[in-house]
Design a protein around this ligand. Structure first.
Ligand code: C5P
Length: 237
């Protein structure tokens, strides 16, 4: 009888535009795993607010709309491929990749009730796949400390602000979104301030102390970064 592989979680946290999306995709392919893209869930809620003309500073309305919103991960799309994000049944995977949705995600992610709902949902989805014996790669900002503290491997993926601004600009260029380097650096700085200093589940300022293996990808290409993480996984799992 074939024994089922034991499932485990690789948590990948880190600041905006550190390359999590690409690296997670490579890791998901490498391990034939499942990706849970938590940022996409916050972006989807932000998109819903933007579409419904809800002020992103109005937490009461945002909580209200969250109760009427269905955010899901694609069952097929998330298997060894880019996680597909569904908002009220519609695939919004591409639509959430805008500067507006990114900044909006940062705003809705500061609301306690929103984080509680997301955290519960993310934990539930992760556990379901672990129980099926899958390698689950969850990327976000607070995964290793809040969503899945028992993760076998905890990675903090980072790069300098300048390098991250450069990478994000490249992404936007491809999407036909025009931004200058100074616009991009400004966006990254705003997002870092928000993500490292928010009251609830901020990004760690002392990742080593918090139990992470830190991977600084400033001078690494995508494959080198993926390989560095695969090596950490093989030592830790
Ligand atoms: O990873 P991504 O760039 O898509 O995340 C968008 C934003 O969503 C982050 O900058 C952060 O403000 C928020 N977020 C969060 N908690 C997570 C993932 C993302 O607050 N677990």
């Amino acid at each position: 009888m074939k024994t089922q592989q034991k499932g485990f979680v690789i948590a990948i946290d880190g600041p905006a535009a550190a390359g999590k999306g690409t690296i997670v995709q490579l890791l998901t392919e490498h391990f034939k795993g499942v990706n849970i893209y938590t940022g996409g869930m916050y972006r989807a809620l932000a998109l819903k607010c933007i579409r419904s003309d809800i002020d992103l500073n109005d937490s009461e309305q945002i909580i209200h709309i969250l109760n009427e919103t269905k955010i899901d991960l694609g069952a097929d799309g998330s298997m060894g491929a880019v996680a597909q994000i569904f908002l009220d049944g519609g695939n919004v995977t591409n639509e959430i990749r805008t500067p507006k949705a990114a900044l909006g995600a940062g705003k809705v992610g500061q609301i306690k009730q929103v984080r509680q709902v997301m955290l519960f949902k993310q934990r539930e989805i992760a556990q379901r796949f672990v129980d099926q014996g899958r390698v689950v790669i969850i990327d976000g900002q607070d995964i290793a400390r809040s969503v899945y503290p028992q993760a076998k491997v905890k990675i903090f993926l980072t790069a300098t602000q300048e390098e991250r601004a450069k990478r994000r600009k490249k992404q936007y260029d491809k999407q036909g979104i025009n931004k200058t380097m100074s616009d991009m650096l400004e966006e990254i700085k705003i997002r870092d301030t928000n993500d490292f200093t928010r009251e609830l589940h901020p990004l760690s300022n002392v990742p080593e102390k918090d139990g992470y293996s830190v991977v600084d990808s400033t001078n690494l290409n995508e494959l080198e970064t993926k390989d560095a993480i695969v090596e950490i996984v093989s030592k830790n799992k």
